[in-house]
Write a protein that binds this ligand. Structure first.
Ligand SMILES: [Zn+2]
Length: 679
């Protein structure tokens, strides 16, 4: 179900699997703690180091992480809270069958029962492996691909329901490119030494996985080579991540008849029939080029390759829930080789992450009852209102936008809906059956439940009350087709949101987060959606051109930012996020000034309120990251690394330049003409 939230734009890309143990240094500490700084660094030379240098030195990445920062620490504290909730629930031995308590208990316990899991070995997937062996022709292949979709696996492409981007109140079927085992197209197609080496490691990993299901070395190598060759062809017809950021290019709504004409080589009748969906209605085909390519591949791919490829997809999506040999091999490649992470997380954390994902709102309900005070919600409502007013003031004063477009922008801003903490209506898990015993069977039950739930939406109206993140997620998002901003309970904690901190720091942290999410409605993607969440251009041509001219400056600034040896940030890939950070800083600063009503607060620890505002922002992004993980994130993540998020956007802001007395000659100084003044 990775793609369900495809259109939602999150604050921070992180994978639960990356996280593990760490000490708490959120609560109980001063809002800005001078020991976390490195005052020997000039703010204008490296603002990230100036604010976070002390913290960075004292928090090396622990072995079971690929990165470690403010998000990690909050996540870690959450894990402990969730564990105690699960343990409380697990103690209820008499929980009635079918109750949420029974499901949480049995799911978690089945994942922790390593004796049973070891004993089973490859057995849980044997039936599926046999089905693949028996495939005879393309029709069989397509029908089995549909079965795999049901299991939450996505060979070749993703299939899911989501809002029609041009009719945002209706759910339609979507096809979206996928099917690659490496994190990005680049890894398959780049000709440099490091990519070649990585491809070798990948083939080696594939070989070992095939050996684990009983193929001898020669067979396994052959299977691995076939998978690699097939995926390389898929990569060749895939959109790049930058291309995927264009909502218009990725919107191609058509009927089933048109789909069959567009990609005639793929047996769509067999696919939909196997899904039990004879009439899928309108279908959005994300990437025409890709599905045409898949259509061609159907004709030129032999049965042995299909079998190897589908077997690999099954293994890849199952490895973590099988015996230790599978888990270890999977970590060896995806954890160690790709992310540079030396050690795996302890089992309880991994299983907890799975339960927290699969029974997300069930656990979420317990989480907010125990840990989310009503007062936090009230304070957030006030903050969001202040931010919205400040954004409106700034729009009114923009010197580059015509009144006509400003009016539409204000309407869209006023129409943004806000969700805070947790959903009004909790998800119903009554149809999900979780049994004591087989971890893998429970995984499949959860995935099928999710898939069926999603499939049923096709052709119905969008449930705008639904949440795309669980309350226990440390993150936030903007969903353009709902024109909504969403803040789960778990992000409303220090260092983002602290009841004890001074306003300067809170506006710099959670205030900027709110402004960041609001700005997503007006970034290079979001601005193409109207107030009702439809992909519908409301800009005059001149205003669109003026916007582009400004955002090009931001692209150039990030393109030029070097984070690791010769590695740069990709300014086009990260543009939406960078616009949102810059907008968030400006809007929240304005809201903070409004709240001061002309007064200037006394400095704290020698730091002015303006300085504390920007430092509140900078410490949210403190982070240590392993070089391999950084390299991967530069290729795949639409977010710039924490260091660049701190060292570029503020240097476009006059109030920041003044607050820290940044001067020409300072390393991060940006000449006025090159600065991006957008929102
Ligand atoms: Zn964002």
């Amino acid at each position: 179900m990775r793609r369900l939230l495809f259109m939602a734009i999150v604050l921070f890309a992180s994978s639960a699997a990356l996280f593990a143990d760490g000490e708490s240094d959120g609560a109980g500490e001063k809002a800005i703690c001078t020991k976390n700084m490195d005052a020997s660094v000039k703010p204008g030379d490296n603002f990230f180091e100036y604010v976070n240098g002390g913290w960075i030195k004292s928090h090396p990445v622990p072995p079971e992480y690929s990165q470690y920062g403010a998000f990690t620490i909050l996540y870690e504290e959450n894990q402990k809270k969730l564990r105690s909730l699960i343990e409380k629930v697990s103690a209820q031995e008499n929980a009635p069958k079918g109750s949420v308590a029974q499901k949480i208990r049995d799911f978690y316990n089945s994942g922790m029962d390593t004796v049973a899991i070891e004993k089973l070995g490859v057995k849980p997937i044997q039936k599926e492996l046999n089905k693949i062996i028996e495939l005879k022709n393309n029709e069989d292949v397509v029908a089995y691909m549909a079965t795999m979709q049901r299991y939450g696996m996505a060979p070749v492409f993703y299939f899911f329901a989501s809002a029609d981007q041009r009719n945002s109140s209706m759910e339609i079927a979507n096809l979206y490119q996928g099917g690659l085992g490496l994190p990005d197209v680049d890894y398959y197609l780049n000709d440099n030494e490091s990519s070649k080496k990585l491809r070798e490691s990948y083939v080696n990993h594939l070989t070992k996985m095939f050996q684990l299901i009983g193929e001898n070395e020669e067979q396994a190598k052959k299977s691995a080579d076939a998978v690699m060759a097939f995926e390389t062809k898929l990569a060749g017809v895939s959109f790049t991540r930058v291309e995927q950021r264009d909502p218009v290019k990725n919107y191609n709504k058509m009927t089933l008849v048109q789909l069959k004409e567009t990609a005639p080589g793929y047996d769509w009748d067999s696919f939909f029939k196997s899904l039990g969906l004879e009439d899928p209605g309108d279908i959005n085909v994300g990437q025409i080029k890709f599905f045409k390519g898949v259509s061609d591949l159907m004709n030129e791919t032999d049965m042995a390759t299909w079998k190897a490829y589908l077997t690999w997809n099954l293994l890849d999506a199952s490895a973590n829930y099988l015996s230790d040999d599978f888990v270890k091999q999977n970590f060896e490649f995806y954890g160690k080789t790709l992310s540079g992470q030396p050690e795996m997380q302890p089992r309880w954390k991994r299983v907890l992450g799975v339960v927290s994902g699969g029974l997300g709102e069930a656990l979420g309900q317990l989480y907010v009852e125990e840990y989310f005070p009503a007062s936090s919600k009230e304070r957030m409502v006030t903050l969001v209102n202040n931010l919205r007013a400040a954004f409106g003031q700034r729009v009114a004063k923009l010197d580059w936008m015509t009144d006509e477009t400003k009016k539409k922008a204000q309407e869209k801003l006023d129409a943004i809906t806000v969700k805070i903490g947790y959903p009004d209506k909790w998800r119903d898990y009554s149809k999900l059956e979780i049994v004591p015993g087989s971890y893998f069977d429970n995984i499949i039950a959860v995935r099928e439940f999710g898939f069926n739930r999603n499939l049923k939406k096709i052709g119905k109206s969008v449930d705008k009350a639904e949440w795309g993140m669980t309350p226990q997620t440390v993150n936030a998002y903007y969903n353009p087709s709902n024109n909504e901003i969403v803040f789960p309970a778990a992000i409303l904690q220090p260092p983002f949101f602290s009841p004890d901190a001074d306003d300067a720091v809170n506006y710099g942290a959670i205030g900027v987060v709110i402004g960041h999410e609001m700005t997503h409605g007006f970034d290079d993607q979001g601005r193409q959606y109207d107030k009702d969440g439809n992909l519908n251009d409301w800009w005059t041509e001149a205003d669109a051109n003026a916007f582009k001219e400004k955002t090009d400056k931001l692209v150039a600034l990030f393109d030029n930012y070097v984070v690791l040896d010769s590695l740069h940030v990709n300014g086009n890939l990260t543009l939406g996020e960078n616009i949102a950070d810059l907008g968030g800083l400006n809007i929240s600063y304005q809201a903070y000034q409004n709240s001061l009503n002309g007064k200037t607060p006394e400095p704290v620890d020698g730091l002015t309120s303006d300085q504390r505002f920007y430092m509140g922002y900078a410490q949210v992004w403190r982070q240590n990251i392993r070089p391999k993980a950084l390299e991967q994130s530069l290729k795949t993540d639409v977010h710039s690394p924490g260091e660049a998020r701190v060292n570029v956007p503020p240097f476009n802001i006059d109030a920041f330049i003044k607050a820290f007395n940044v001067k020409e000659g300072d390393k991060l100084y940006i000449p006025k003409d090159d600065r991006a003044y957008i929102w």
